[in-house]
Design a protein around this ligand. Sequence first.
Ligand SMILES: NC(=O)C1=CN([C@@H]2O[C@H](COP(=O)(O)OP(=O)(O)OC[C@H]3O[C@@H](n4cnc5c(N)ncnc54)[C@H](OP(=O)(O)O)[C@@H]3O)[C@@H](O)[C@H]2O)[C@@H](O)CC1
Ligand SMILES: [K+]
Length: 490
Amino acid sequence: MNELLTTSEMSRADALAIEAGVAGEALMENAGRAVAAATLALGRGAEVVVLCGPGNNGGDGFVAARHLACAGRRVRVALLGGRDRLKGDAALMASRWEGPIETLQPDCLKGAGVVVDAVFGAGLSKPIEGAAAAVVAAVNAMTVPVVAVDVPSGVDGTTGEVRGAAVRAARTVTFFRLKPGHLLMPGRSLCGDLRLADIGIPGVVLDTIRPSIRANGPQLWRQHFPAPQADGHKYDRGHAVVVSGGPWNTGAARLAAGAALRIGAGLVTVASPTAALPVNAAHLTGVMLTEAEGLDGLAAALQDSRRNAVLLGPAAGVGEETAARALVALAAARPVVLDADALTSFAEDPPRLFEAIGADAGRPVLLTPHEGEFRRLFPDIAEAAPGRPERARRAAARSGAVVILKGADTVVAAPDGRVAINADAPPWLATAGSGDVLGGMALGLLAQGMAGFEAASAAVWLHGAAANRIGRGLIAEDLPEALPAILADL
Ligand SMILES: NC(=O)C1=CN([C@@H]2O[C@H](COP(=O)(O)OP(=O)(O)OC[C@H]3O[C@@H](n4cnc5c(N)ncnc54)[C@H](OP(=O)(O)O)[C@@H]3O)[C@@H](O)[C@H]2O)[C@@H](O)CC1
Ligand SMILES: [K+]
């Protein structure tokens, strides 16, 4: 059930269900009935105003209006555009609505105790303007609960972006499977409480559609998650290396190293420039320390093939020195995580990075940009690609790396096209050092032999789960401490 369907995949699901013998009319009837059920308990007897658009989203609205009226609620219906514009099942459902149909405009909302938003759903094709925009603004100025049909009108179901204007709903009822726009920002924040209704589309249609976007969660990667063996040894669980910045910039590496150890790496070593050795030594206990001065020093530290995964970038400093160190890390056949400054250091020449990644396509490389770092490495993709999943997917395909595009709705994409969207990160996770911990968690999983996409997805989800468990007041140091309880629950 963790598949997310783009709007075009959803219309394919609809068509395949109809091909398999399910009546389109039945799908709409089930959808509208589910909306009515989700609306019935709201507004305690107050009048329900159902706002219908010119397509099938509006059709669902007419069905919901009929069921609400049958259940004894006072219901008014308002329609955008002329009734003669309605086609197919939407026209049929409008004909089954026995009450009057008003013209959609802000005045229709007078006296409403609950609003059902069935203006636009999956067929949103342009920004909302004019009369529809005035109604959206009027709905958002009210304090009554709004139930959105499929998506809040104005939210793009595939990208989560707002086109022109969008309704802010208290509850959203969608059908068959969630859509990416329900998890991506700002869509996620406009949906309110999300409900998924079964409307009779058989699950087997997914075998034909083969959706590539999933909601991130343990079912995506649990079977790949490293399980310590009773007769195992710490050397079986990998040896992760985190490259430290200079003497004034060492904390980020230690945060990452601590996270790698907590997530189960057998050994973790901080590879430190000579001048930073004393400060690192003063702070490290379970994590080991080795000297890695300059490019040769780093190369020498990485000679030992038991050191099987490397993280570079946190507090590394932006410039040629860091770019060259990243190339040293990438030169050996081991998984590499590049974060922060290691990404920005390639802003002048991103293909130089992608070539080094491509030189050994067999091992996983993870890039963990936030939006700004992403823009520096992939300026054209950031400009042109519709929505964060597509941006991350194109960046992964171009770079050959698994891309973790960080944000409130972190997206993970693999070069083969798989995408996972994370939706559970709380706002207090955006704090100093949080990204360093995420990099360290991914590193620790790679060191234990987990595949790139699964390691990235698991790290992102566990990072969010840890933040939720800690709650407000979180600082980055707390995140690794919260892991044992979450790992125990997995
Ligand atoms: N697929 C399924 O399995 C099922 C789907 N179901 C339901 O169907 C919904 C999708 O229906 P849909 O495809 O008819 O699209 P919908 O969102 O009603 O809008 C299309 C109309 O709006 C118009 N329009 C668009 N944007 C506009 C704008 N900014 N400003 C003005 N006009 C604009 C657009 O005009 P056009 O683009 O053609 O110019 C067209 O007339 C889906 O969300 C779900 O609720 C359920 O019944 C159960 C089964
Ligand atoms: K809607």
